[in-house]
Design a binder for this molecule. Sequence first.
Ligand SMILES: NC(=O)c1ccc[n+]([C@@H]2O[C@H](COP(=O)([O-])OP(=O)(O)OC[C@H]3O[C@@H](n4cnc5c(N)ncnc54)[C@H](OP(=O)(O)O)[C@@H]3O)[C@@H](O)[C@H]2O)c1
Length: 286
Amino acid sequence: MIIILGATGTIGRQLVKLLEKSQHEFRLVARSIEHAKKVLPAQFVRYGDLDSPQSLAAAFDGGTCLFLLSGHGEGMEAQQINAINTATKLGIKRIVKISGCEASIAPHAKSETGREHYRIEQHLKKYCNDYVILRCNFFMQNLLGPVAGMVKNKNKILMPFSKDTIFSFIDAQDIAACAMQALIQEKHSAKTFYITGQPSSFLELSEALSEHLSKPVAYKKVPLWVVKIIMRIKGESARHIRHQSQMAKLFMLGAGIKSTTSVNDLLGHPPITLNHFIKSNLNHFQ
Ligand SMILES: NC(=O)c1ccc[n+]([C@@H]2O[C@H](COP(=O)([O-])OP(=O)(O)OC[C@H]3O[C@@H](n4cnc5c(N)ncnc54)[C@H](OP(=O)(O)O)[C@@H]3O)[C@@H](O)[C@H]2O)c1
């Protein structure tokens, strides 16, 4: 039985759709049963809070595989270590971990989240022989938040990157499909994949939006300090502002350039393109 963490999140919801279509038995572990039962198939939801390790044994009961994901907020490292420790104690064989952008993952990386993902990966490899690590590039779904709001309200995108800075944006739908393969195919054991889309940029995004919305959408580079002030005014947490700022600096230095064949290798087809993603999610920008 496959135990899913983070089922209410961006990747998790896509993964649940795939699991529902499959023959595999699964359970969805959530800290808020009430919320999870509203947005997920309620009969599969179980209580479990990663901040409360004593809740995890019951949450993981009967599991043979664990999908390991929690948001990159405060406490991510402790939460995921709790999950790995409980899962290995219970004899769960395979653990599939969603990890960060490859260029951010190192013991002394400039990104706090990258350092945490590095230490979680190390812990996972030490205590679980049958792991699969899926490092992921910048999600296309990130573009559906403040970026889509700017397009909707002002017909322009303000970001701290040059318009042609390369991002190999990846659709969370592809990540979920890769995770499904990682959970069910034995041959992927003890492997680390870096999941990316094809090279693209904010220029390509503004051009695709201009075409599909039939109105000009401009792109303007703004200094990172301006973005940080806006985030503070909006009341974003210190951790989130730090994370966004550290990642932005890495992407300015080319962290998003690398484009891999992992989606093709795992799924047998190329990743979803930015243009296709925009067309499928146009309502967010209107
Ligand atoms: N966004 C990117 O571009 C990007 C790129 C590379 C890697 N990543 C990595 O991807 C991961 C996030 O993936 P995502 O965007 O799919 O997740 P997400 O949408 O941020 O959702 C986080 C999930 O974790 C659950 N969760 C949080 N705290 C929990 C707790 N204490 N107990 C149980 N569940 C808990 C949340 O449940 P609730 O519904 O209860 O909140 C939610 O289902 C992070 O590790 C991040 O570093 C992100």
